[in-house]
Write a protein that binds this ligand. Structure first.
Ligand SMILES: *Cc1c(COP(=O)(O)O)cnc(C)c1O
Length: 393
């Protein structure tokens, strides 16, 4: 075991920390995927996923990272040579562009710019100008912390007769996206963020309209063919057309139970509180958030690093000197922002620990900081909300 004096804290938006009970379940002996012992777990996971996706759809499961879930959407929804509209506001939104291009779409890119939200009115204008049958967008843009208004964007897409596919890889299970209530056609996610599991499962929840459209669209797909997976998962008992990631399902079974026990609304509330505390710490430190002040941006807090210091050293110092791993900026934001994640298995003291290390690293990097300023502001938020105490064993 590593030196406890430099205990490690994982504060990135994926992979995220895993509850011990999840790790423990995955240490069990391997199961044959057609044996009743696994099928029971598999069936329970498929039901539990419906609860988190807030849907009656079959949540299709693939052995893949979150991008695999996204690729399944492109493989099933992109019609080669036809327009596909991507509404992006950061690195992960741009992945939709790359995917649509790879599957031969005439991709139209509505780029809201990194750090902005996709404006529903802009999407409306773009769809009038360049109609498309499918809109691809992002719930939580992990590269910037921005959370888009999926309910409004769905309305706009539907009014224009388009389907909408949403990358909720980091947002699902952290901020609300009630799929059926909002009528979101496709929601894509991955196991390693708010779902508190290791990387390796990609999910796609497609409604009947999307499945029907997919049946007549798409050109190149095999493993990611939604039809094939739907057919397997709808059998009684459910069956996976390919060998499922058995070990990950054992973990997911426990993670979904933990979410159910905490209650989905309470899970969202916890994330709201973590986000609010993180933003309060940033303000108290006299630093700026990257992106708009937003009560709903509770997945990742992105912070503009102060001018005059080498920004890239801050996450590095935090990790190497203090054992707290956060993320820096991606792409052109490298060295300009720090990203502190709080999606998944995170509590109040993760935020306090992280801001303590952040303040120390800022000071090490040469930025004047009154130690405790950010931590104190976050503490005040937690105290005001009622001190989160550990549940009795
Ligand atoms: C993490 C993430 C992904 C997918 O990442 P993988 O590395 O393929 O799991 C996609 N979109 C968003 C918004 C993400 O945060």
């Amino acid at each position: 075991m590593a030196n406890p004096f430099v205990k490690q804290y994982l504060m990135t938006a994926g992979p995220t920390p895993i509850p011990p009970a999840v790790s423990e379940a995955m240490a069990q002996p391997m199961l044959y995927h057609r044996a009743p012992a696994f099928i029971e777990v598999y069936a329970r996971c498929l039901e539990g996923l419906r609860l988190v996706f807030q849907t009656e759809n079959d949540v299709l499961c693939f052995a893949a990272s979150g991008s695999g879930g996204m690729e399944s959407a492109a493989a099933n929804l992109v019609e080669p040579g036809e327009p596909a509209l991507v509404a992006s506001c950061g690195k992960f939104g741009e992945r939709w562009v790359e995917l649509c291009d790879a599957f031969g779409a005439r991709t139209v890119h509505l780029d809201a710019g990194w750090g902005n939200k996709v404006e529903p009115a802009e999407l409306e204008r773009q769809l009038r100008e360049t109609p498309a049958k499918v809109v691809f967008t992002t719930l939580s843009e992990t590269s910037t912390g921005v959370v888009n208004d999926i309910q409004a964007l769905t309305q706009v897409a539907h009014d224009a007769g388009a389907l909408i596919a949403v990358d909720a890889v980091s947002g699902l299970g952290a901020v609300p996206i009630p799929q059926d209530e909002w009528g979101v056609d496709v929601v894509v996610a991955g196991s390693q963020k708010a779902l508190m599991c290791p990387p390796g499962l990609g999910f796609a929840s497609a409604n009947d309209a999307a499945l029907e459209f997919a049946a007549g669209a798409g050109a190149h797909r095999y493993y990611f063919d939604w039809q094939r997976t739907v057919k397997g998962q709808r059998k009684d008992p459910p069956d996976s057309p390919f060998t499922p990631a058995v070990t990950l399902f054992l973990g997911l079974d426990v993670a979904l139970r933990l979410i159910e026990e905490e209650g989905l609304e309470q899970v969202f509330e916890r994330h709201r509180l973590l986000g609010r505390a993180a933003r309060a710490a940033v303000r108290a430190l006299d630093l700026e958030l990257f992106g708009p002040e937003d009560e709903n941006a509770n997945v990742v807090t992105a912070i503009k690093l102060p001018e005059g210091i080498d920004g890239a050293t801050v996450p590095k110092l935090m990790r190497d000197r203090y054992g707290v791993t956060i993320a820096g900026g991606q792409g052109h934001l490298k060295g300009r922002i720090a990203r502190i994640a709080h999606c998944g298995y995170f509590g109040a003291f993760d935020i306090l620990t992280t801001f303590a290390a952040f303040e120390m690293a800022l000071r090490d990097a040469g930025h004047e900081v009154e130690l405790g300023t950010g931590v104190g502001a976050a503490q005040a938020v937690f105290l005001e909300a009622g001190v989160p105490v550990a549940a009795p064993a």
